[in-house]
Ligand binder design. Sequence first.
Ligand SMILES: NC(=O)C1=CN([C@@H]2O[C@H](COP(=O)(O)OP(=O)(O)OC[C@H]3O[C@@H](n4cnc5c(N)ncnc54)[C@H](OP(=O)(O)O)[C@@H]3O)[C@@H](O)[C@H]2O)C=CC1
Ligand SMILES: O=C(O)[C@@H]1CCC=N1
Length: 278
Amino acid sequence: MPGLRIGFIGAGSMVGAIVRGAAAAGRETSGFLLTSAGGASARALAQEVGAASCQSNDELVANADMVVLGVKPYTLPGLLDELAVPLAEHSPLVVSLAAGLSLARLEGLAPSGTRIVRAMPNIAAGVGQSMTALAAGAPVSPEDLAAVEDLMGAVGRTVVLADKDFPAFVGLAGSSPAFVLTFIDALARAGVLGGIPRAQAVEIVTQAVLGTARLLQAEADSNAAQGRPRTPADLIDAVCSPGGTTVAGVVALQRAGFSDAVVRAFEATVARDRELGS
Ligand SMILES: NC(=O)C1=CN([C@@H]2O[C@H](COP(=O)(O)OP(=O)(O)OC[C@H]3O[C@@H](n4cnc5c(N)ncnc54)[C@H](OP(=O)(O)O)[C@@H]3O)[C@@H](O)[C@H]2O)C=CC1
Ligand SMILES: O=C(O)[C@@H]1CCC=N1
């Protein structure tokens, strides 16, 4: 949305990924305002992308149409308390990136009537490939939601979800880059065991994972019209020749409890998200 002033409170991993991803996508960043606890990270990020930093969170709230809260979940209640007066006075649209904090909880922490959108992006926003969920509170207008979709759409795909589904979404997309990286790290180390230098093994596995994900997306996009895109299971079958190398590896993964380990990672993530919100 041209001309919209967007303030980011927090300039760490996630805000850094969104701001850098938006800049790389050609988004106008001169209307971005940044603060951080110590100030140095906000100033450095602002300088990097041609944005501005503010002296204080109050100053940022007073000058932004949209305020993105990019601090850790345990910091957010205190921050919203500190910002009660400027938020009530200036009424910006507020976007929370925090894991665990439901819309109802956020609305209870902010001044009455605050327009809040909950967003759950992931770290791939930095390369324009986030998968971001959005949920809007009752006072949020379609134009407000469109403004957040526009920002997050510049750094990846977006989906509007019910607030109750956010814990599951965190397991599927917010936290899952770390699961995928754990897989890449483990397979690359196996490559080292097989005699391939570490850096080359990481490059090879990264391209294999990227290519597989692109294959699955292309399958969904091209065959959705016909009503039956091939599923991950169909594509596994397409790689497994009878008696071949792949089926030997896939069966070994099953015997080692790979699927069970993935489900456990998901369940632990969802449980932790619920704990953070309680
Ligand atoms: N990292 C991820 O992959 C994802 C994170 N999220 C969510 O994003 C949010 C931020 O996480 P992440 O970026 O990883 O955290 P980081 O620890 O990397 O960054 C937190 C930022 O908050 C700043 N900060 C802390 N207190 C204040 C304050 N009072 N005023 C202004 N700034 C403050 C810190 O400042 P300073 O730099 O000076 O220390 C820092 O820049 C969390 O709520 C998390 O749940 C959501 C999806 C994915
Ligand atoms: O672990 C975290 O706190 C954040 C939330 C989603 C991904 N990382």
